[in-house]
Design a binder for this molecule. Structure first.
Ligand SMILES: [Zn+2]
Length: 356
């Protein structure tokens, strides 16, 4: 990964964009992508998309999709003595919350707080369980409720864990929200590489809002763009850290390339093309089954209007939805190469369908 690319990725990872409040992340993404594409637009709920016009003119279009939002928490209640109780935004992990710093995104800018952790000496540790969400409270240092309001914080303001990205040894990095700021990063890299010599199909890269609560942004943008095919990128569970059963969760390993999903929402011919392109370009590919739902934007995309032939490509990620998500940058590069080659493989008269 080049220094420029890494600093863009770290910038994305460091910019809070909880579901419903994604605009700061979109601005970072748009500033990077804009010089490489023919148009950059947004819809009313904040999904951004970039268009690279195809060399075949008014030919077919391919949509790449990733999601810009991240999980977080939201102010539910402020007590008289200035503590903040929270709601979850998406599938935030309450098991890791206590003892971490948060950034509350209030009206006067970000406010640092901590998720209170009663000292081990004075709490009852017999039978300790994972706390319920309503047992978590945030301390921003205010003396009372008015002190919290004075910081520009009210009920309904979002917050994220205040943990930025950093490098581990070798090609691996750790951060919060690699799920799925990484997808926007990959789309940006793919568009940048394609822009030197645009492929036959028009390529539209969408950075969709509100995936973590059900793929809503992807649903809106697919309806709007009405693409002839789509590929979504997300992260998937790497199962190669201790304590994960392959019998239960399958096997996806870090550093062994992106994973392609085979299932009901993914179109067999799109999947076949992805596999063919990977083989032709010596890109390692892992495989995942999906019997019903993928839990990604693909579930929204494929059934829009009269159906959009779709694929799903995922990068292996350890410790998903935590502050210590880990990804291998070589898997990221393989994913960029795969999607770039996929877009280039599409001829003007290619179509994905079913003939009887
Ligand atoms: Zn997620």
């Amino acid at each position: 990964m080049t220094d420029d690319a890494k600093s863009f990725l770290f910038d994305l990872l460091d910019t809070p964009s909880p579901t419903g409040f994604e605009t700061p992340g979109q601005r970072v993404w748009a500033d990077y992508v804009r010089p490489h594409v023919d148009a950059l637009e947004t819809d009313d709920y904040g999904t951004a998309w970039a268009t690279l016009s195809g060399s075949a003119g008014d030919g077919p279009s391919l949509m790449f999709d990733a999601h810009v939002d991240e999980i977080g928490f939201m102010v539910r209640h402020i007590t008289d003595d200035g503590f903040i109780y929270v709601n979850r935004i998406g599938g935030s992990d309450r098991a890791i919350a206590r003892g971490l710093r948060v950034r509350v995104l209030g009206d006067n800018g970000p406010v640092t707080g901590v998720v209170g952790n009663t000292a081990i000496h004075i709490r009852d540790t017999s039978n300790e369980k994972v706390p319920k969400v309503h047992e978590l409270f945030v301390d921003v240092g205010a003396e009372d409720e008015d002190g919290v309001h004075d910081l520009g914080i009210r009920v309904g303001h979002p917050m994220v864990f205040d943990v930025g990205p950093t490098e581990l040894s070798g090609p691996r990095i750790t951060a919060r929200a690699i799920d799925n700021r990484l997808g926007g990063f990959i789309i940006a890299q793919v568009l940048e590489r394609l822009s030197d010599d645009p492929p036959a199909w028009t390529v539209q890269g969408a950075n969709s809002v509100q995936e973590e609560i059900g793929g809503h942004g992807a649903q809106m943008i697919t309806h709007r763009l009405n693409p002839d095919a789509a590929v979504a990128f997300d992260v998937t569970h790497a199962t190669d850290s201790p304590g994960i059963s392959s019998a239960e969760h399958g096997e996806v390993r870090m550093g062994e390339g992106p994973a392609v999903t085979h299932g009901t929402s993914t179109h067999p011919q799109v999947v076949q093309r992805l596999m063919q392109v990977a083989e032709e370009n010596d890109i390692p590919l892992q495989h995942e089954p999906s019997g019903r739902r993928t839990g990604t934007d693909t579930d929204s995309i494929f059934k829009t209007r009269s159906g959009v032939p779709s694929g799903l490509v995922s990068v292996p990620l350890r410790y998903m939805h935590s502050t210590v998500e880990v990804v291998d940058t070589e898997d990221i590069e393989q994913c960029v190469q795969l999607l770039t080659a996929f877009a280039r493989s599409l001829d003007a008269d290619d179509a994905f369908g079913v003939s009887l």
